[in-house]
Ligand binder design. Structure first.
Ligand code: HSE
Length: 436
């Protein structure tokens, strides 16, 4: 049988890795896919001539639309990233009847609904395993491996850059800016690193994961989002004193009031396996009603780990080339006609525990003012630590750990605490999850 011809868009970090792995493991991959796979065309504005296996690529052009319009190409791999021209290229590929494999989480999270509708109408596949957690096959695990379950919740470390920064701050007492610069130099960070540290990248990935878990349309605009820019070294240390680690988590949970969809720094008990996932590694906990909790761990970014997911999707598409389109694995796990319109739960209704760091004047009565505010709002305190004043500074940090309460109660409590004359700064709030 003729090899399947691929058009590869982008020869950057992941594109280069895809060429290398596809050429290095060509025999193994063909034995799995049932046919040889060849990159007949690649498009890139600039690329390194040192990519291993580059000689196996048929033709390299700077015109991505020419690749998408090449009638011999059956599968397009989109590794350009960003919204435009990635969206136009993917839509053109679909219009031309080509299957698409992409690692583009921003594209899928924000335009996935229209992309999948077009693909469904045309009878082609759009596969995106590499869009969530790089090399970890989490899409396949949730969409296929856990298909028997009602998914109850999923929580994950899904931005390697943020996890690297938090880990280095904790393990090596390094400063935020210094670690971010290293993450950029190592090629983990997004082109715009604000996407990493402000939680946008994690929100893209969580949007996709939530849709696959619960059979709901992609709703990136409904994600509650906080990044890690407000986390200071002292919070990491105080949390540890209380028996917690701070991780930037994406959390989605089915509740009677709707689906929780939120990314924010979170205190988690330090003994949990996921609390010990450090550096750029990603990990995702998924709880299904039948299977119980399951944990997926691995490289969430990087050239060959992400290429591993891209090529796995290509193999799936090659295997499915002869399958009736109606019987292929649905894009968002559930059949398009069986999607649910359950609402996303407003953040104000979400219940969690809270870590609060309050900078207060060191004088009698201050603690009782704060505990009264919490008590009046029915917020129960689990632990308090008051630190010694440092040097000449008269104000002291007081750390509160609360039991579960509703976000809107905590918003009120924080406003009242910040209004006290004895409180000297904004209250630092980090949510707590037991993940039990
Ligand atoms: N910037 C992303 C991260 C890359 O740090 O996880 C993988 O999506």
């Amino acid at each position: 049988m003729e090899p399947v011809k691929i058009g590869l868009l982008g020869l950057g970090t992941v594109g280069g890795g895809t060429v290398s792995v596809l050429s290095r493991n060509a025999n193994e991959i063909a034995r799995r896919a049932g046919r040889a796979i060849t990159i007949s065309q690649a498009a890139a504005k600039e690329y390194s001539k040192d990519i291993s296996g580059l000689e196996t690529v048929g033709n390299i052009t700077d015109d991505a639309f020419a690749v998408v319009n090449d009638p011999d190409v059956e599968i397009i791999i989109e590794l350009i990233g960003g919204y435009s021209p990635a969206l136009e290229l993917v839509m053109k590929a679909i219009e031309n009847g080509k299957h698409v494999v992409t690692a583009n989480k921003a594209l899928i999270a924000t335009h996935g609904n229209e992309i999948f509708a077009a693909a469904q109408a045309k009878g082609v596949t759009v596969a995106f395993e590499a869009a969530v957690a790089g090399g970890i096959p989490i899409i396949k695990a949730v969409r296929e491996g856990l298909a028997a379950n009602q998914i109850e919740w999923a929580a994950g470390i899904i931005n390697g850059t943020s996890n690297f920064i938090l880990s280095e701050m904790l393990l090596k007492s390094r400063d935020f800016d210094d670690v971010l610069a290293e993450a950029q130099a190592l090629g983990y960070a997004e082109a715009n690193p604000e996407f990493d540290i402000e939680g946008v990248d994690a929100a893209h990935k969580l949007t996709i994961l939530s849709s696959i878990a619960f059979g709901i349309p992609l709703q990136f605009d409904k994600v509650y989002r906080e990044g890690i820019t407000n986390i200071e070294r002292q919070d990491v240390a105080y949390a540890l004193e209380l028996g917690y680690k701070i991780k930037h988590l994406g959390i989605t949970r089915m509740t009677d009031q709707g689906v929780e969809l939120r990314v924010h720094p979170t205190l988690i008990p330090h003994r949990r396996l996921i609390a010990n996932v450090d550096g750029v590694m990603n990990a995702i906990l998924v709880k299904g009603d039948a299977v119980g909790p399951t944990l997926y761990y691995g490289a969430g970014a990087g050239s060959e780990p992400t290429a591993s997911s891209v090529i796995a999707d290509v193999v799936d598409v090659v295997r499915a080339l002869t399958t009736d389109p109606g019987n292929r694995v649905p894009h968002l796990a559930f059949q398009p006609s069986a999607m649910s319109d359950i609402a996303i739960k407003p953040m104000e209704e979400v219940e969690t525990g809270y870590y609060l760091r309050v900078l207060a004047v060191d004088k009698p009565g201050v603690l009782s003012d704060i505990t009264s505010i919490l008590g009046d709002l029915n917020i129960s305190i689990e632990a308090i630590i008051q630190k010694e004043p440092e040097g000449d500074v008269a104000d002291v940090p007081v750390i509160f750990l609360t039991q579960m309460t509703r976000e809107k109660n905590m918003n009120q409590a924080i406003s009242k605490i910040e209004a006290l004359a004895s409180v000297k700064d904004k209250v630092k709030r980090i949510r707590v999850e037991s993940l039990a």
